[in-house]
Write a protein that binds this ligand. Structure first.
Ligand code: AHR
Length: 500
Protein backbone atom coordinates (compact mmCIF):
# COMPACT_ATOMS: atom_id res chain seq x y z
CA UNK A 1 0.00 0.00 0.00
CA UNK A 2 2.78 2.41 -0.95
CA UNK A 3 2.08 5.40 -3.20
CA UNK A 4 4.71 6.13 -5.82
CA UNK A 5 5.72 8.59 -8.50
CA UNK A 6 8.76 9.71 -10.45
CA UNK A 7 10.11 13.23 -10.77
CA UNK A 8 12.09 14.10 -13.87
CA UNK A 9 12.91 17.65 -15.02
CA UNK A 10 12.42 16.52 -18.63
CA UNK A 11 8.69 16.14 -17.92
CA UNK A 12 7.00 19.37 -16.87
CA UNK A 13 3.55 20.93 -16.83
CA UNK A 14 4.54 24.59 -17.04
CA UNK A 15 5.73 27.66 -15.20
CA UNK A 16 3.69 28.84 -12.19
CA UNK A 17 2.29 32.30 -12.76
CA UNK A 18 2.53 34.29 -9.48
CA UNK A 19 -1.10 35.26 -10.05
CA UNK A 20 -2.04 31.68 -9.15
CA UNK A 21 -1.80 32.85 -5.54
CA UNK A 22 -4.39 35.58 -5.83
CA UNK A 23 -7.23 36.28 -3.44
CA UNK A 24 -10.46 38.21 -3.34
CA UNK A 25 -11.88 41.12 -1.33
CA UNK A 26 -15.62 41.62 -1.77
CA UNK A 27 -17.90 44.11 -0.09
CA UNK A 28 -19.59 41.27 1.74
CA UNK A 29 -20.11 40.80 5.47
CA UNK A 30 -16.96 41.79 7.36
CA UNK A 31 -14.36 41.23 4.67
CA UNK A 32 -13.78 44.97 4.25
CA UNK A 33 -15.35 46.59 7.32
CA UNK A 34 -13.74 45.34 10.56
CA UNK A 35 -11.74 42.94 8.34
CA UNK A 36 -9.08 44.84 6.43
CA UNK A 37 -10.46 48.28 7.34
CA UNK A 38 -11.29 49.42 10.87
CA UNK A 39 -10.26 53.03 11.59
CA UNK A 40 -10.96 52.69 15.34
CA UNK A 41 -8.90 49.54 15.79
CA UNK A 42 -5.81 49.87 18.02
CA UNK A 43 -3.57 48.67 15.17
CA UNK A 44 -5.16 50.88 12.48
CA UNK A 45 -2.83 53.04 10.41
CA UNK A 46 -3.74 56.63 9.40
CA UNK A 47 -5.73 55.26 6.44
CA UNK A 48 -7.83 53.04 8.72
CA UNK A 49 -6.22 49.78 7.58
CA UNK A 50 -5.64 47.18 10.29
CA UNK A 51 -1.88 46.62 10.39
CA UNK A 52 -2.30 43.29 12.22
CA UNK A 53 -4.30 42.08 9.19
CA UNK A 54 -1.80 43.58 6.74
CA UNK A 55 0.97 41.58 8.44
CA UNK A 56 -1.01 38.35 8.05
CA UNK A 57 -1.89 39.15 4.42
CA UNK A 58 1.83 39.56 3.67
CA UNK A 59 2.65 36.31 5.47
CA UNK A 60 -0.08 34.56 3.47
CA UNK A 61 1.74 35.55 0.28
CA UNK A 62 -1.21 36.71 -1.81
CA UNK A 63 -0.62 38.33 -5.17
CA UNK A 64 -3.53 39.57 -7.33
CA UNK A 65 -6.55 40.67 -5.26
CA UNK A 66 -9.90 40.69 -7.03
CA UNK A 67 -12.30 43.50 -6.04
CA UNK A 68 -15.09 44.64 -5.31
CA UNK A 69 -17.12 41.45 -6.03
CA UNK A 70 -18.47 38.93 -6.48
CA UNK A 71 -22.22 39.29 -6.55
CA UNK A 72 -21.75 42.77 -5.08
CA UNK A 73 -20.27 44.06 -8.33
CA UNK A 74 -23.54 43.58 -10.21
CA UNK A 75 -25.02 46.55 -8.31
CA UNK A 76 -21.75 48.49 -7.95
CA UNK A 77 -21.67 52.20 -8.83
CA UNK A 78 -17.97 52.95 -8.86
CA UNK A 79 -18.53 56.72 -8.56
CA UNK A 80 -20.14 56.20 -5.12
CA UNK A 81 -16.85 54.83 -3.86
CA UNK A 82 -14.55 57.75 -4.75
CA UNK A 83 -14.06 61.33 -3.58
CA UNK A 84 -14.58 62.85 -0.13
CA UNK A 85 -15.80 60.20 2.26
CA UNK A 86 -18.44 62.48 3.82
CA UNK A 87 -20.09 62.91 0.39
CA UNK A 88 -20.32 59.20 -0.42
CA UNK A 89 -23.86 57.82 -0.48
CA UNK A 90 -25.20 54.89 1.51
CA UNK A 91 -26.68 52.29 -0.82
CA UNK A 92 -28.67 49.09 -0.68
CA UNK A 93 -26.49 46.12 -1.59
CA UNK A 94 -29.02 43.74 -3.14
CA UNK A 95 -26.59 40.83 -3.35
CA UNK A 96 -26.10 40.54 0.40
CA UNK A 97 -29.17 42.45 1.69
CA UNK A 98 -26.80 44.83 3.46
CA UNK A 99 -26.21 48.59 3.58
CA UNK A 100 -23.05 49.74 1.84
CA UNK A 101 -21.62 52.92 3.39
CA UNK A 102 -18.90 53.39 0.75
CA UNK A 103 -16.56 54.44 3.54
CA UNK A 104 -13.98 52.16 1.87
CA UNK A 105 -13.74 52.52 -1.90
CA UNK A 106 -11.54 52.35 -4.95
CA UNK A 107 -8.78 54.62 -3.71
CA UNK A 108 -8.66 52.79 -0.36
CA UNK A 109 -8.42 49.45 -2.20
CA UNK A 110 -5.42 50.67 -4.19
CA UNK A 111 -3.82 52.03 -1.00
CA UNK A 112 -4.39 48.64 0.66
CA UNK A 113 -2.60 46.85 -2.21
CA UNK A 114 0.34 49.25 -2.05
CA UNK A 115 0.70 48.62 1.68
CA UNK A 116 0.80 44.86 1.13
CA UNK A 117 3.81 45.36 -1.13
CA UNK A 118 4.92 45.05 -4.75
CA UNK A 119 3.67 41.46 -5.05
CA UNK A 120 0.05 42.66 -4.67
CA UNK A 121 -1.70 43.55 -7.90
CA UNK A 122 -5.21 44.90 -8.58
CA UNK A 123 -7.79 42.81 -10.38
CA UNK A 124 -10.87 44.94 -10.83
CA UNK A 125 -14.34 43.77 -11.81
CA UNK A 126 -16.77 45.94 -13.79
CA UNK A 127 -20.53 45.85 -13.37
CA UNK A 128 -22.19 44.15 -16.33
CA UNK A 129 -25.32 43.29 -14.33
CA UNK A 130 -27.08 46.63 -13.89
CA UNK A 131 -24.62 48.66 -15.97
CA UNK A 132 -22.70 48.38 -19.22
CA UNK A 133 -20.04 49.60 -21.64
CA UNK A 134 -20.17 53.31 -20.75
CA UNK A 135 -19.67 52.83 -17.01
CA UNK A 136 -16.85 50.33 -17.56
CA UNK A 137 -15.07 52.87 -19.76
CA UNK A 138 -15.58 55.63 -17.22
CA UNK A 139 -14.10 53.49 -14.46
CA UNK A 140 -11.15 52.58 -16.69
CA UNK A 141 -10.51 56.23 -17.59
CA UNK A 142 -10.80 57.34 -13.96
CA UNK A 143 -8.41 54.59 -12.85
CA UNK A 144 -5.80 54.37 -15.56
CA UNK A 145 -5.63 57.54 -17.65
CA UNK A 146 -2.74 59.75 -16.46
CA UNK A 147 -4.54 63.15 -16.52
CA UNK A 148 -5.97 65.85 -18.75
CA UNK A 149 -9.52 64.48 -19.10
CA UNK A 150 -12.54 65.04 -16.90
CA UNK A 151 -12.39 61.65 -15.18
CA UNK A 152 -8.62 61.35 -14.84
CA UNK A 153 -8.47 64.90 -13.46
CA UNK A 154 -11.23 63.96 -11.02
CA UNK A 155 -9.01 61.16 -9.70
CA UNK A 156 -6.14 63.65 -9.29
CA UNK A 157 -8.51 66.06 -7.54
CA UNK A 158 -9.49 63.19 -5.23
CA UNK A 159 -5.86 62.92 -4.17
CA UNK A 160 -4.61 60.10 -6.41
CA UNK A 161 -2.09 61.78 -8.71
CA UNK A 162 -0.71 58.52 -10.07
CA UNK A 163 -2.91 56.31 -12.22
CA UNK A 164 -3.89 53.01 -10.62
CA UNK A 165 -2.48 51.02 -13.55
CA UNK A 166 -5.05 48.22 -13.32
CA UNK A 167 -4.02 45.58 -15.86
CA UNK A 168 -6.52 42.76 -15.22
CA UNK A 169 -10.28 43.41 -15.48
CA UNK A 170 -13.16 40.98 -14.93
CA UNK A 171 -16.09 41.56 -17.28
CA UNK A 172 -18.86 41.10 -14.71
CA UNK A 173 -19.38 38.27 -12.25
CA UNK A 174 -21.24 34.93 -12.48
CA UNK A 175 -23.57 36.24 -15.16
CA UNK A 176 -24.83 32.68 -15.76
CA UNK A 177 -26.31 32.51 -12.25
CA UNK A 178 -30.05 33.23 -11.82
CA UNK A 179 -29.15 34.81 -8.43
CA UNK A 180 -27.04 37.47 -10.14
CA UNK A 181 -28.58 40.95 -10.35
CA UNK A 182 -28.96 41.50 -14.09
CA UNK A 183 -28.46 37.78 -14.88
CA UNK A 184 -28.15 37.10 -18.61
CA UNK A 185 -28.34 34.32 -21.14
CA UNK A 186 -25.04 33.27 -22.71
CA UNK A 187 -25.94 35.12 -25.92
CA UNK A 188 -26.83 38.33 -24.06
CA UNK A 189 -23.72 38.16 -21.91
CA UNK A 190 -21.45 37.23 -24.83
CA UNK A 191 -22.57 40.36 -26.69
CA UNK A 192 -22.16 42.79 -23.80
CA UNK A 193 -18.82 41.25 -22.80
CA UNK A 194 -17.56 41.55 -26.39
CA UNK A 195 -18.70 45.15 -26.72
CA UNK A 196 -17.20 46.11 -23.36
CA UNK A 197 -13.93 44.36 -24.19
CA UNK A 198 -13.70 46.03 -27.59
CA UNK A 199 -14.29 49.47 -26.09
CA UNK A 200 -11.86 48.94 -23.19
CA UNK A 201 -9.20 47.93 -25.69
CA UNK A 202 -9.83 51.18 -27.54
CA UNK A 203 -8.62 52.99 -24.42
CA UNK A 204 -5.76 50.53 -23.89
CA UNK A 205 -5.08 47.51 -26.13
CA UNK A 206 -2.85 46.08 -23.37
CA UNK A 207 -5.53 45.43 -20.75
CA UNK A 208 -6.05 41.80 -19.77
CA UNK A 209 -9.70 40.80 -19.76
CA UNK A 210 -11.55 37.96 -18.06
CA UNK A 211 -14.88 36.80 -19.50
CA UNK A 212 -17.32 35.13 -17.11
CA UNK A 213 -17.41 31.38 -17.40
CA UNK A 214 -19.77 29.20 -15.38
CA UNK A 215 -20.39 29.63 -11.65
CA UNK A 216 -19.72 25.93 -11.31
CA UNK A 217 -19.37 22.75 -13.28
CA UNK A 218 -22.83 21.62 -12.11
CA UNK A 219 -24.64 24.57 -13.70
CA UNK A 220 -27.15 23.36 -16.29
CA UNK A 221 -25.66 25.67 -18.91
CA UNK A 222 -22.06 24.59 -18.22
CA UNK A 223 -19.81 24.23 -21.29
CA UNK A 224 -22.51 25.52 -23.67
CA UNK A 225 -22.21 28.83 -21.78
CA UNK A 226 -18.42 28.94 -22.25
CA UNK A 227 -18.68 27.99 -25.93
CA UNK A 228 -21.32 30.65 -26.67
CA UNK A 229 -19.52 33.40 -24.73
CA UNK A 230 -16.19 32.58 -26.33
CA UNK A 231 -17.64 32.55 -29.84
CA UNK A 232 -18.42 36.25 -29.27
CA UNK A 233 -15.30 37.19 -27.30
CA UNK A 234 -12.47 34.86 -28.37
CA UNK A 235 -10.29 37.53 -29.98
CA UNK A 236 -11.14 40.15 -27.38
CA UNK A 237 -10.45 38.46 -24.03
CA UNK A 238 -7.50 36.68 -22.44
CA UNK A 239 -9.17 34.50 -19.83
CA UNK A 240 -12.39 32.71 -19.00
CA UNK A 241 -13.33 32.46 -15.33
CA UNK A 242 -14.12 29.37 -13.23
CA UNK A 243 -15.67 29.32 -9.75
CA UNK A 244 -15.91 26.31 -7.44
CA UNK A 245 -16.74 25.78 -3.79
CA UNK A 246 -16.77 22.46 -1.95
CA UNK A 247 -18.36 21.25 1.28
CA UNK A 248 -19.17 17.86 2.82
CA UNK A 249 -22.80 17.08 2.05
CA UNK A 250 -24.92 14.59 4.03
CA UNK A 251 -21.87 13.70 6.11
CA UNK A 252 -20.06 12.29 3.05
CA UNK A 253 -16.52 13.20 4.13
CA UNK A 254 -14.84 10.68 1.80
CA UNK A 255 -16.28 12.40 -1.28
CA UNK A 256 -15.47 15.80 0.20
CA UNK A 257 -11.84 14.72 0.55
CA UNK A 258 -11.78 13.96 -3.18
CA UNK A 259 -13.18 17.41 -4.17
CA UNK A 260 -10.09 18.06 -6.29
CA UNK A 261 -11.24 15.27 -8.63
CA UNK A 262 -14.12 17.56 -9.55
CA UNK A 263 -11.89 20.63 -9.70
CA UNK A 264 -9.41 18.96 -12.06
CA UNK A 265 -12.17 17.70 -14.36
CA UNK A 266 -13.73 21.19 -14.34
CA UNK A 267 -10.41 22.71 -15.44
CA UNK A 268 -9.86 20.07 -18.12
CA UNK A 269 -13.40 20.47 -19.47
CA UNK A 270 -13.04 24.25 -19.69
CA UNK A 271 -9.66 23.90 -21.44
CA UNK A 272 -11.28 21.50 -23.93
CA UNK A 273 -14.15 23.93 -24.54
CA UNK A 274 -11.80 26.90 -25.06
CA UNK A 275 -9.65 24.90 -27.46
CA UNK A 276 -12.69 23.61 -29.32
CA UNK A 277 -13.86 27.19 -29.96
CA UNK A 278 -10.30 28.17 -30.92
CA UNK A 279 -10.12 25.29 -33.38
CA UNK A 280 -13.46 26.24 -34.95
CA UNK A 281 -12.24 29.82 -35.34
CA UNK A 282 -8.94 28.53 -36.75
CA UNK A 283 -7.22 30.67 -34.14
CA UNK A 284 -3.66 30.28 -32.93
CA UNK A 285 -4.54 32.12 -29.73
CA UNK A 286 -5.12 30.18 -26.49
CA UNK A 287 -7.55 31.36 -23.85
CA UNK A 288 -6.20 30.85 -20.35
CA UNK A 289 -8.18 30.12 -17.19
CA UNK A 290 -8.82 32.50 -14.33
CA UNK A 291 -10.02 30.32 -11.44
CA UNK A 292 -11.04 33.49 -9.67
CA UNK A 293 -13.17 32.01 -6.89
CA UNK A 294 -12.28 28.74 -5.17
CA UNK A 295 -12.47 27.46 -1.62
CA UNK A 296 -14.19 25.22 0.88
CA UNK A 297 -17.52 26.92 1.68
CA UNK A 298 -20.34 25.56 3.89
CA UNK A 299 -22.72 27.14 1.40
CA UNK A 300 -25.77 25.10 2.36
CA UNK A 301 -25.54 26.52 5.91
CA UNK A 302 -25.36 30.16 4.81
CA UNK A 303 -28.10 30.57 2.19
CA UNK A 304 -30.91 31.12 4.71
CA UNK A 305 -28.73 33.60 6.61
CA UNK A 306 -28.73 36.13 3.76
CA UNK A 307 -32.46 36.12 3.04
CA UNK A 308 -33.17 36.85 6.73
CA UNK A 309 -31.14 40.08 6.72
CA UNK A 310 -32.73 43.51 7.12
CA UNK A 311 -30.05 45.71 5.48
CA UNK A 312 -27.44 45.76 8.29
CA UNK A 313 -23.97 47.27 7.89
CA UNK A 314 -21.17 44.70 7.67
CA UNK A 315 -23.02 41.76 9.26
CA UNK A 316 -21.31 38.52 10.26
CA UNK A 317 -21.84 36.52 7.07
CA UNK A 318 -20.17 33.40 5.64
CA UNK A 319 -17.76 33.25 8.59
CA UNK A 320 -16.90 29.59 8.19
CA UNK A 321 -14.51 28.27 10.82
CA UNK A 322 -12.30 25.72 9.10
CA UNK A 323 -11.12 22.49 10.69
CA UNK A 324 -8.23 20.16 9.79
CA UNK A 325 -10.31 18.17 7.28
CA UNK A 326 -11.22 21.42 5.50
CA UNK A 327 -7.54 22.42 5.36
CA UNK A 328 -6.56 19.08 3.81
CA UNK A 329 -9.24 19.47 1.11
CA UNK A 330 -8.14 23.08 0.63
CA UNK A 331 -4.52 21.94 0.16
CA UNK A 332 -5.68 19.40 -2.38
CA UNK A 333 -7.48 22.20 -4.30
CA UNK A 334 -4.17 24.10 -4.38
CA UNK A 335 -2.48 20.98 -5.73
CA UNK A 336 -5.16 20.78 -8.46
CA UNK A 337 -4.43 24.37 -9.50
CA UNK A 338 -0.67 23.77 -9.58
CA UNK A 339 -1.13 20.58 -11.59
CA UNK A 340 -2.79 22.73 -14.29
CA UNK A 341 -0.46 25.72 -14.10
CA UNK A 342 0.03 25.62 -17.87
CA UNK A 343 -3.53 26.93 -18.42
CA UNK A 344 -4.66 28.21 -15.02
CA UNK A 345 -2.63 31.39 -14.92
CA UNK A 346 -4.80 33.36 -12.49
CA UNK A 347 -6.55 32.01 -9.39
CA UNK A 348 -8.19 33.80 -6.47
CA UNK A 349 -8.86 32.24 -3.11
CA UNK A 350 -12.33 33.47 -2.14
CA UNK A 351 -12.02 35.33 0.09
CA UNK A 352 -9.29 37.05 2.16
CA UNK A 353 -10.61 38.10 5.58
CA UNK A 354 -13.58 36.89 7.68
CA UNK A 355 -15.75 35.82 4.71
CA UNK A 356 -14.86 32.16 3.95
CA UNK A 357 -11.36 33.32 4.69
CA UNK A 358 -7.91 32.17 5.85
CA UNK A 359 -7.69 35.22 8.16
CA UNK A 360 -10.24 36.03 10.88
CA UNK A 361 -10.64 39.15 12.97
CA UNK A 362 -12.62 40.35 15.94
CA UNK A 363 -13.80 43.98 15.83
CA UNK A 364 -11.52 45.88 18.21
CA UNK A 365 -9.76 42.58 18.96
CA UNK A 366 -7.16 40.25 17.48
CA UNK A 367 -6.64 38.73 14.04
CA UNK A 368 -5.70 35.05 13.62
CA UNK A 369 -4.93 32.31 11.09
CA UNK A 370 -7.50 29.67 10.17
CA UNK A 371 -6.30 26.13 9.38
CA UNK A 372 -6.49 26.93 5.65
CA UNK A 373 -3.99 29.77 6.08
CA UNK A 374 -1.06 27.35 6.26
CA UNK A 375 -1.41 25.39 3.00
CA UNK A 376 -1.89 28.64 1.09
CA UNK A 377 1.11 30.39 2.69
CA UNK A 378 3.35 27.37 2.10
CA UNK A 379 2.20 26.87 -1.50
CA UNK A 380 2.72 30.56 -2.27
CA UNK A 381 6.18 30.52 -0.69
CA UNK A 382 7.50 27.26 -2.11
CA UNK A 383 5.28 26.72 -5.16
CA UNK A 384 7.13 29.14 -7.43
CA UNK A 385 8.95 27.83 -10.49
CA UNK A 386 8.19 25.00 -12.86
CA UNK A 387 5.57 22.36 -12.09
CA UNK A 388 6.89 18.85 -12.72
CA UNK A 389 4.56 16.33 -14.31
CA UNK A 390 3.53 14.04 -11.45
CA UNK A 391 1.70 10.81 -12.38
CA UNK A 392 0.88 8.98 -9.20
CA UNK A 393 0.52 5.27 -8.75
CA UNK A 394 -1.53 5.25 -5.58
CA UNK A 395 -3.72 2.96 -3.51
CA UNK A 396 -7.32 4.03 -3.90
CA UNK A 397 -10.52 4.32 -1.87
CA UNK A 398 -14.20 4.34 -2.77
CA UNK A 399 -16.21 7.58 -2.82
CA UNK A 400 -19.96 7.99 -3.44
CA UNK A 401 -19.53 11.01 -5.68
CA UNK A 402 -16.41 10.24 -7.69
CA UNK A 403 -16.11 6.45 -7.56
CA UNK A 404 -12.59 5.14 -6.97
CA UNK A 405 -10.20 7.96 -6.00
CA UNK A 406 -6.45 8.00 -5.31
CA UNK A 407 -5.48 8.26 -1.65
CA UNK A 408 -2.49 10.35 -2.70
CA UNK A 409 -2.92 13.70 -4.41
CA UNK A 410 0.39 15.35 -5.24
CA UNK A 411 2.41 17.77 -7.30
CA UNK A 412 5.98 19.08 -7.28
CA UNK A 413 7.50 22.42 -8.16
CA UNK A 414 11.12 22.99 -9.17
CA UNK A 415 12.44 26.45 -8.24
CA UNK A 416 14.92 28.40 -10.35
CA UNK A 417 17.78 27.32 -8.05
CA UNK A 418 17.03 23.64 -8.74
CA UNK A 419 15.46 22.85 -5.36
CA UNK A 420 12.19 20.93 -5.48
CA UNK A 421 9.12 21.06 -3.22
CA UNK A 422 6.65 18.19 -3.14
CA UNK A 423 3.09 19.03 -2.07
CA UNK A 424 1.08 15.97 -1.10
CA UNK A 425 -2.22 15.09 0.54
CA UNK A 426 -3.13 11.77 2.12
CA UNK A 427 -6.91 11.42 1.83
CA UNK A 428 -7.16 8.41 4.10
CA UNK A 429 -8.91 9.21 7.35
CA UNK A 430 -7.46 6.25 9.18
CA UNK A 431 -4.24 5.00 7.56
CA UNK A 432 -0.77 6.45 7.10
CA UNK A 433 0.41 6.39 3.51
CA UNK A 434 4.01 5.38 2.72
CA UNK A 435 5.41 7.42 -0.18
CA UNK A 436 8.23 6.41 -2.51
CA UNK A 437 9.47 8.96 -5.05
CA UNK A 438 12.12 8.24 -7.68
CA UNK A 439 14.18 11.30 -8.60
CA UNK A 440 15.57 11.20 -12.11
CA UNK A 441 18.06 13.75 -13.39
CA UNK A 442 17.64 15.98 -10.37
CA UNK A 443 20.67 17.04 -8.41
CA UNK A 444 19.08 16.68 -4.99
CA UNK A 445 20.73 15.19 -1.95
CA UNK A 446 18.83 16.21 1.16
CA UNK A 447 15.46 16.76 2.76
CA UNK A 448 15.38 20.36 3.98
CA UNK A 449 12.06 19.97 5.74
CA UNK A 450 8.96 17.82 5.84
CA UNK A 451 6.11 19.90 7.24
CA UNK A 452 2.63 18.47 7.81
CA UNK A 453 -0.77 19.72 8.84
CA UNK A 454 -2.61 16.85 10.55
CA UNK A 455 -4.20 16.25 13.92
CA UNK A 456 -5.55 13.39 15.98
CA UNK A 457 -8.81 15.37 15.94
CA UNK A 458 -9.88 16.06 12.33
CA UNK A 459 -12.34 18.61 13.65
CA UNK A 460 -9.67 20.68 15.43
CA UNK A 461 -9.75 24.34 14.47
CA UNK A 462 -8.36 27.75 15.41
CA UNK A 463 -10.72 30.12 17.20
CA UNK A 464 -10.67 33.46 19.00
CA UNK A 465 -10.28 31.55 22.28
CA UNK A 466 -7.61 29.20 20.92
CA UNK A 467 -6.05 30.86 17.85
CA UNK A 468 -3.06 28.52 17.57
CA UNK A 469 -4.69 25.17 18.27
CA UNK A 470 -3.72 23.94 14.76
CA UNK A 471 -0.34 24.73 13.22
CA UNK A 472 1.93 22.71 10.90
CA UNK A 473 4.49 20.43 12.55
CA UNK A 474 7.79 18.92 11.40
CA UNK A 475 7.80 15.25 10.41
CA UNK A 476 10.90 13.20 11.23
CA UNK A 477 12.18 10.23 9.30
CA UNK A 478 11.68 11.51 5.77
CA UNK A 479 14.80 10.53 3.82
CA UNK A 480 16.48 11.05 0.47
CA UNK A 481 18.90 8.24 -0.38
CA UNK A 482 20.44 7.33 -3.71
CA UNK A 483 17.92 9.34 -5.73
CA UNK A 484 14.90 8.02 -3.80
CA UNK A 485 12.69 9.96 -1.44
CA UNK A 486 10.84 8.01 1.19
CA UNK A 487 8.26 9.47 3.54
CA UNK A 488 5.21 8.48 5.52
CA UNK A 489 2.15 10.73 5.19
CA UNK A 490 0.00 10.82 8.31
CA UNK A 491 -3.72 10.07 7.95
CA UNK A 492 -5.69 13.05 6.67
CA UNK A 493 -2.68 15.27 6.12
CA UNK A 494 -1.33 18.11 4.01
CA UNK A 495 2.43 17.77 3.44
CA UNK A 496 5.20 20.02 2.16
CA UNK A 497 8.50 18.21 1.53
CA UNK A 498 11.39 20.46 0.53
CA UNK A 499 14.37 18.92 -1.22
CA UNK A 500 17.76 20.46 -2.01
O1 AHR B 1 -17.50 34.48 -2.69
C1 AHR B 1 -18.84 34.56 -2.32
C2 AHR B 1 -19.77 34.64 -3.53
O2 AHR B 1 -19.72 33.43 -4.23
C3 AHR B 1 -19.45 35.66 -4.58
O3 AHR B 1 -19.98 36.92 -4.30
C4 AHR B 1 -20.09 35.10 -5.81
O4 AHR B 1 -19.43 35.47 -6.99
C5 AHR B 1 -20.08 33.60 -5.57
O5 AHR B 1 -21.33 33.04 -5.78
Amino acid sequence: RTARFTLDPAFTVGEVNPRLFGSFVEHLGRCVYTGIFEPDHPTADPEGLRTDVLDLVRELGVTAIRYPGGNFVSGYKWEDSVGPVEDRPRRLDLAWRSTETNRFGLSEYIAFLKKIGPQAEPMMAVNLGTRGVAEALELQEYSNHPSGTALSDLRVEHGDKDPFDIRVWCLGNEMDGPWQTGHKTAEEYGRIAAETARAMRQIDPGVELVACGSSGQSMETFAEWEATVLKETYDLVDYISLHAYYEPLDGDVDSFLASAVDMESFIENVVATCDHVGARLKSKKKINLSFDEWNVWYLSRTEAQVSALDWPEAPRLLEDNYNVTDAVVFGSLLIALLRHADRVTVACLAQLVNVIAPIMTEPGGPAWRQTTFFPFAQASKYGRGEVLDVRVDSPTYETKKYGEADLLHATAVRAEDGTVTVFAVNRSRTESLPLDVVLNGLDLTSVVEHSALADADPDARNTLAEPERVVPHTVDGTALDGGRLSAVLEPLSWNVIRLA
